[in-house]
Design a protein around this ligand. Structure first.
Ligand code: NAD
Length: 364
């Protein structure tokens, strides 16, 4: 019997993405799987049930969750939904198992092979499967567009009969995948863009996108290409210089993160108080608490003349392209263990061994 793959209709509020597209359905079929898609799964991303049928998938019947061998999703299903999956099934998605005790317990109780894609090692071979990168790109892009929308000014310099308009000064905090996309997007809109990060190698990346590197005198490269947490002294120095600089900035887009930790608090209430009237802060890090002390996740409000937005679901706002990329990432990952219509996991493959949760004990 060929492996049964099920593409879930996402249940989380505001989630419009989907874990497979007609393109990846065809690839899964070519790898020998049977594919079922829950009705309406693709609608948020503009994909109709008919488009999946045309690609060769079937629409999932009522028993599909209880019989599927491989379940694909974007966000983790609820604990109840996990209880309804087949024992020992394989589940692939951005699962964050530790973020919810009931979910973690359900995954373990059902004996699932869960592959939370956020755990994927970020090696060169894994790039085509890297959902954090593909989704962060969309998030950085949308965050800048939201900032442009909220700002009571133009981004570009304009020379008009009514005089010359100075370009907006945009600061991007954190120059990882989202931040770099933010810099590129703000530049395309014509703003004067600066970026900073604690990883020194970002200077060249920021400059290559036409941004200026803002040197706050702190360098904190950590392991695996990520940042490490700053010491108290480093943080104080970064903050002193940043507070001064923010007085001249029109728009701040925050993207700084340290894996597995709440977002670093970089912009204090006192710094916001020093910003110009009409300034805007868009905090993409809102999902993990925000880089700005005053961020209210999911809200946009005005504080002493400064608009502070903490949008959630940024990647979902670009659901068509975010799903296209996500679905390709998922397919590329699944292709590591779906061969000739069967699931066969090679635990010597570090991409599988390091991604699976709960973590496997190393072989004796
Ligand atoms: P992330 O989302 O964890 O963090 C975003 C950025 O915030 C990072 O650049 C980090 O240095 C920065 N940051 C953390 N604390 C900060 C602070 N106090 N002040 C200012 N900035 C701070 O990171 P990410 O975007 O997912 O990626 C991080 C790095 O990993 C990037 O260099 C990226 O290019 C690299 N990466 C490599 C691969 C690969 O080789 N396969 C794949 C993806 C990402």
């Amino acid at each position: 019997m060929a492996v049964e793959v099920l593409v879930l209709k996402e249940g989380a509020r505001g989630e419009k993405r989907v874990a497979a597209t007609p393109e990846t359905v065809k690839k899964l079929l070519a790898a020998g799987a049977q594919v079922q898609v829950e009705s309406g799964a693709g609608l948020g991303a503009g994909i109709t049930d008919q488009a999946y049928l045309d690609a060769g998938a079937a629409l999932a019947g009522p028993g599909a969750r209880a019989s599927a061998d491989l379940v694909l999703c974007v966000q983790a299903p609820t604990a109840d939904a996990i209880d309804g999956l087949k024992r020992g099934a394989t589940l692939v998605g951005v699962l964050h198992p530790q973020a919810d005790e009931a979910r973690a317990a359900a995954i373990q109780a059902q004996g699932l092979h869960a592959f939370p894609l956020e755990r994927l090692p970020r090696t060169t071979r894994a790039q085509a499967m890297d959902v954090l990168s593909s989704q962060a790109g969309m998030a950085g892009y949308k965050a800048v567009l939201i900032a442009a929308q909220l700002a009571p000014r133009f981004f570009p310099m304009l020379t008009t009969a009514a005089g010359t308009i100075r370009p907006s000064k945009v600061l991007i905090v954190g120059a990882g995948v989202a931040g770099l996309q933010g810099i590129a997007t703000a530049r395309r809109l014509g703003a004067q863009v600066e970026g900073f990060d604690v990883r020194p190698e970002t200077r060249e990346q920021i400059e290559s996108l036409g941004g200026k590197f803002l040197d706050l005198g702190v360098s904190a490269a950590g392991e695996g290409g990520y940042a490490r947490q700053l010491t108290d002294e480093e943080r104080a120095e970064q903050q002193r210089r940043l507070a001064e600089h923010l007085r001249g900035i029109d728009v701040v887009v925050c993207t700084a993160a340290v894996p597995g930790r709440p977002a670093p608090k970089i912009i204090t209430a006192a710094m916001v108080a020093g910003m110009k009237q009409g300034s805007v802060i868009v905090d993409l890090a809102a999902e993990t608490g925000g880089n700005c002390e005053l961020t209210r996740p999911g809200e946009s409000y005005e504080h002493d003349g400064v608009t502070i937005a903490g949008p959630l679901d940024l990647a979902s706002m670009g659901a068509v392209h975010a799903s296209e990329m996500y679905a390709r990432n998922v397919y590329n990952f699944v292709a590591l263990f779906l061969k000739d219509g069967a699931l066969s996991v090679d635990w010597n493959d570090e991409l599988l061994a390091k991604t699976v949760w709960p973590q496997r004990e190393p072989a004796a």
